[in-house]
Design a protein. Structure first.
Length: 273
């Protein structure tokens, strides 16, 4: 299967385990990423317009035009998604999504266009206070927006966001939020509690200016558990097989936890339909 993502870091995370998951099931995969970090649908469309206006303008994949990428390989699936920080805002989707879908259909008419549903951030994200919404509200609003987009264009959805929500509801270990000021009191190698979520990973990193260690907070991307669950979901939906049959388990994930994540992916696949 030939898969192209037109997205951002929320599909770049497939690089971690998707190829291993696919190979472990005896299937073949070619996946390429027309991605930019944090790239919104509006920005993707602005890049496409710039390339259309000037044939010498080549923005994608290290110096290629998106139209050439689309027409140069017989893609089976091309995915799109909104940037996570805009996903809960209904007004951010159009007309950009419709324009991109039309562009993909022009240059890769054989491909099935699919939408990846992104996910709500971890509960300790400061964005919730900034936006004055809760994690539950972010999930509900982005879900409504993705369902509406899929209905308008009669497209299938890869419900990664639903899988994240299910994992939070059913995890035997629940993520416990902590006071934000805790992060200012920690010294290496101490970290805040992070168990129980497939999103987020706070780690120590060196400040390149001061040379001292500091906490690098990530409240939004999938961690290794989430990347495995995402890979299992994508495989199950795109290849039409059960996530629970996948034999590949990463070394950094325990067998029981891996079984839980596969079952969660399979449940999300069934429940979105």
């Amino acid at each position: 299967m030939n898969i192209l993502t037109i997205g951002n870091s929320f599909s770049w995370s497939l690089r971690q385990y998707f190829p291993d998951v696919t190979a472990s099931m005896g299937e073949k995969l070619k996946i390429e990423f027309a991605n930019f970090g944090g790239c919104e649908l509006a920005r993707h469309w602005s890049y496409i317009k710039a390339e259309k206006a000037d044939p010498l303008c080549r923005i994608y994949c290290g110096g290629k035009r998106l139209c050439d990428i689309l027409s140069g390989t017989p893609w089976d699936v091309v995915t799109i998604q909104q940037a996570s920080h805009e996903s809960w805002r209904a007004e951010s989707f159009e007309p950009f999504a419709t324009n991109i879908i039309g562009y993909v259909r022009e240059f890769a008419p054989q491909a099935e266009i699919m939408i990846q549903q992104t996910w709500a951030y971890r509960a300790d994200s400061p964005r919730f206070a900034e936006w004055n919404i809760s994690q539950a509200e972010m999930h509900a609003r982005l879900t409504e927006n993705y369902r509406a987009l899929a209905a308008r264009h009669k497209l299938r959805v890869i419900p990664t966001g639903l899988a994240v929500a299910i994992s939070r509801e059913t995890s035997p270990v629940k993520f416990k939020n902590y006071p934000p000021e805790l992060l200012t009191t920690l010294n290496w190698p101490d970290l805040p509690p992070q168990a129980g979520d497939v999103v987020g990973q706070i780690h120590w990193m060196k400040d390149q200016t001061t040379g001292e260690l500091k906490l690098g907070p990530d409240f939004i991307h999938l961690n290794r558990r989430g990347e495995y669950m995402q890979a299992c979901l994508w495989f199950a939906l795109l290849y039409g097989r059960s996530a629970e049959e996948i034999p590949f388990v990463p070394e950094e994930i325990g067998d029981r936890d891996a079984a839980f994540l596969r079952a969660t992916a399979e449940r999300a696949k069934r429940e979105w339909a």
